[in-house]
Write a protein that binds this ligand. Sequence first.
Ligand SMILES: [Mg+2]
Length: 354
Amino acid sequence: MTSAEDSITRWFAERSRLDPHRFPIGIGDDMAQIRLSPDASVLVTTDMLLDGTHFDLTRCTLAQAAGKAMAVSLSDCAAMATAPLAAVVAVAMPQGWGPEELKEIHAGIRAAGDPFNCPLIGGDITVWRTDRPFAITVTMLSRPGSHPPVRRSTARPGDIVCVTGSLGGAYPRRQSCAPGKGRATKDDGRRTMDEAVASGVYRTMRDTPYAIHDRNDPTKHLTFTPRVNEALAITELVPLNAMIDLSDGLSSDLTRICEQSKVGAVIESGKLPLSDQARRSPDPIASALNDGEDFELLFTLTADNCEKLAAAWTHPTPITSIGRVTADPAIRLQSPNGATAAMTPSGYDHLCRG
Ligand SMILES: [Mg+2]
């Protein structure tokens, strides 16, 4: 089952008619690749984050939100094992915002980009003339590492499916999210869930079981480290066949690899590396499959290369093999007793109107 977002992305791709020599990678991957000369290319991606959808300025600082916007784009560099070069950032600011807010946004961008030697090199500032929420768009450039960019569309039957880190509970998003209603400042701290519910801002969360662990760890989706260094290190050790970063949830992002590669997969639920937040949720496996915003890497490689990687990997970020790619296009979840069930993409769909 294809999400609405993936359907329209495919519609765009089918109509783009890009020259593959000039644009070796076009619409539909984590970044597009532009060939500059026979030996040189640059990759580009853009992401817009909205107050009320991707962060909530009543619960986080402006610097955290801007840092997340940078980190999300850095994660797309990681998804293709490319090295970040620079970013330009455009902001739409609510009425009344000015230099103070822009300095806070700048601090967040620097904090996220500096560890990856990824400077801010330009951008745009706009201010709403009516009551509208904050939006920030990061456009990121990268270059290939020492190996070609790893695509979504080149997984092969027999590959092992691996993930970095742990999954679930980063930011269980509501498909219907209350719009932004102001913002916290550096001195406000975060409101308790009770305060937020009393204020009406979190009325859409009242009945969700995730409200509890969201309160316990409200910042994971704001403080993750994009797996740029891990991606470059992995591809130094072994060739990967396909990769994506986990932004919308394993069930949705694995579906993207499988559909674009025209393969299927069997994921073993007992092997999923559950985050502490997922373990505390009512359904830890569903949390790991569907919550999204893990920003870990999901990749496939041959069984031989998986063994080589496991033997050579000394980085502190764990890598876990969770299943295998199949020629059968179905995507299935296998429980420890061997029973299998269809796994449908149930992560975040940006075009869901629910
Ligand atoms: Mg991505």
